[in-house]
Design a protein around this ligand. Structure first.
Ligand SMILES: [Zn+2]
Length: 300
């Protein structure tokens, strides 16, 4: 699933192509993309508008047009955006024409990606702020104190807390594993047992992993592609993620795969010592948006 660095890669590539151009037509072939909004109405409301900016918040792309409307696009599992795609690109769901001359296509084999058209910037902010924590690359918004609050008193595993978009925006499975390895913290450690001295290294690990991911054009381990169909290269630089059986880059111990917070998780259990045992109070906790967060560790 595209995470912050992958979505930011798309934004950086796409923004110069779309900003300042007029939307000459919109064709929504798959009405599920914008449901429950009516596809015909979304097409109509965007047609003839000029694109003012393409921004990102968490894993959302935000296309703002000149009458204040905001199109929020989410790639979910397998969505990609192509620039100047051939007609009828594979898994095409939506096509937006610009200046009667150019086109972008939203392609998505599993069709979980979404488009949501909001009338104003204020409604955009209300929608996103209700769902997303701070941007981790905004150093004013994401401080050590903010991270400490995210973890404080929580029995849920630190990895599950990092994945919760309402706590911190944009981190998914890849960057959670890489950040925790950089900080030397076991992913199953309950949030409240992360030591005070580990907070700053964890925040630094998150920022570093995300910035390296962006610098590599994201990671293409599944469907993620650039605008021209090219792959990102961050998968070649993973320290632990998807490296089960390989030696840890720091100590040489074998990297193992666990399931933490319901997700395949990669860890060096020498560099990231496991919690001695889960505290008695650690029980599965319900997270409103991400389903149950498991506090147990299972070996595969
Ligand atoms: Zn190690």
């Amino acid at each position: 699933m595209p995470e912050l660095p992958e979505v930011e890669t798309v934004r950086r590539q796409l923004a110069p192509h779309v900003e300042g151009r007029e939307i000459s037509a919109v064709r929504i072939d798959d009405p599920r993309w914008c449901a429950p909004q009516d596809a015909g109405e979304v097409e109509e409301r965007l047609t003839g508008r000029r694109v003012e900016s393409l921004a990102r918040r968490g894993k959302h792309l935000i296309l703002a047009v000149d009458d204040g409307q905001q199109l929020l696009m989410h790639l979910r599992m397998t969505g990609i955006i192509l620039w100047e795609p051939e007609e009828g690109a594979p898994y095409e769901r939506v096509r937006i024409f610009l200046d009667d001359e150019y086109a972008i296509a939203f392609c998505d084999p599993r069709r979980f990606g979404t488009g949501l058209l909001l009338p104003t910037a204020a409604e955009r902010d209300a929608y996103l702020d209700a769902r997303l924590g701070p941007e981790p690359l905004d150093s004013a918004a994401f401080t050590d104190d903010v991270l400490r609050e995210v973890l404080r008193g929580r029995d849920a595993p630190v990895k599950g807390l990092l994945l919760d978009q309402a706590k911190i925006a944009g981190i998914g499975n890849i960057y959670a594993d890489e950040s925790l390895f950089r900080a030397g913290i076991h992913p199953a450690r309950p949030g409240r047992l992360v030591k005070t001295t580990q907070i700053a290294p964890l925040r630094a690990g998150i920022v570093e992993s995300l910035e390296l991911g962006i610098a590599s054009g994201g990671a293409s381990i599944d469907d993620f592609r650039h605008l021209d169909g090219a792959q990102g290269s961050f998968q070649n630089d993973f320290l632990v993620h998807r490296r089960a059986g390989e030696p840890c880059p720091d100590c040489g111990h074998e990297i193992t795969k666990l399931v933490v917070a319901g997700r395949g998780t990669y860890v060096c259990e020498v560099c990231q010592p496991p919690p001695r045992r889960l505290p008695r109070s650690a029980k599965p906790v319900k997270s409103k948006r991400n389903g149950p967060i498991q506090s147990d560790v299972k070996r595969r």
